[in-house]
Design a protein around this ligand. Structure first.
Ligand SMILES: C[S@@+](CC[C@H](N)C(=O)[O-])C[C@H]1O[C@@H](n2cnc3c(N)ncnc32)[C@H](O)[C@@H]1O
Length: 242
């Protein structure tokens, strides 16, 4: 089913919706990449929280959606991933980025949602970690690293979904990450982003949810936080690179 692509416009409420993975004529990132971020979400974050020429980091860059949006909006995109899928995404672990302290203006991240999807065989892949504490510990280190490289007052945007797995239960990853991030960041806002995943419309999924008395994930969180000023619960001071 092909989805309509309305004109791209800034989202102005705390409920975001757009009926396509991509905006405009082309693609941002790759349609074929499992777990790619809807590009209008990245566009809205970059549009609102950065200015032309700013450095925008995506430490889980996947198919490069953030880099393509940055190109469209005249920002300098810095994309890293454990398993880069194109040459302008550089290889790095999100817990240890080759960037100097406080050299980034905005961070956008769409991390794995615990072990919901397999991304690569790399043992460092955070997508292999269960939400029983192991995922949270790894993400705490990612948040430390974001706080280290982000300038004071810079914004961190986290696009994430809670996880429900039959037999394993419900894990409120959105709440977990928001709470953990508050060690270095102050809340700006929380946006609910409507999901258009095809499985949400599939009869067998809907029937299983109704009969099994659980809910399919209908929205993602977009958690928005601003880096605390130095001395107000600061970040690690180390780091190398550009
Ligand atoms: C949800 S996907 C990101 C999708 C991306 N925003 C896009 O639009 O294509 C999560 C990504 O995190 C990467 N990843 C998992 N563990 C990582 C780690 N420790 N460091 C860096 N990247 C990691 C995976 O390889 C995967 O590409």
């Amino acid at each position: 089913m092909s989805l309509r692509k309305p004109k791209l416009a800034p989202q102005v409420t705390t409920l975001w919706d757009y009926p396509s993975q991509h905006y405009g004529e082309g693609q941002q990132g790759s349609q074929a990449y499992r777990g790619a971020t809807p590009s209008y979400v990245v566009w809205n974050v970059v549009h609102r929280f950065s200015s032309p020429g700013d450095r925008v980091l995506d430490p889980f860059c996947g198919s490069g959606t953030t880099l393509d949006v940055c190109k469209d909006l005249g920002r300098e995109g810095l994309g890293f991933d454990l398993a880069p899928s194109r040459p302008d995404v550089r290889q790095a672990d999100a817990r240890s980025l080759p960037l100097k302290n406080r050299t980034v203006d905005l961070v956008f991240m769409d991390p794995p949602y615990a072990d919901n999807l397999t991304y690569s065989d790399d043992p460092r892949c955070i997508g292999k970690l269960k939400a029983d504490g192991r995922y949270q510990r790894a993400m705490r280190l990612v948040l430390d690293e974001c706080a280290r490289v982000l300038r004071e007052d810079g914004v961190l945007a986290i696009y994430v979904c809670d996880v429900f797995q039959k037999g394993r239960g419900f894990y409120p990853l959105g709440f977990d990450l928001f709470e953990m991030a508050r060690a270095h960041f102050v809340p700006v806002d929380i946006i609910a982003v409507t999901r258009h995943n095809r499985t949400l419309e599939m009869g067998n999924y809907r029937k299983a949810a109704d009969e099994g008395r659980f809910f399919l994930r209908g929205f993602n969180y977009l958690l928005l936080l601003r880096r605390k000023k130095e001395g107000a619960g600061g970040a690690r001071s180390q780091g190398c690179g550009q």
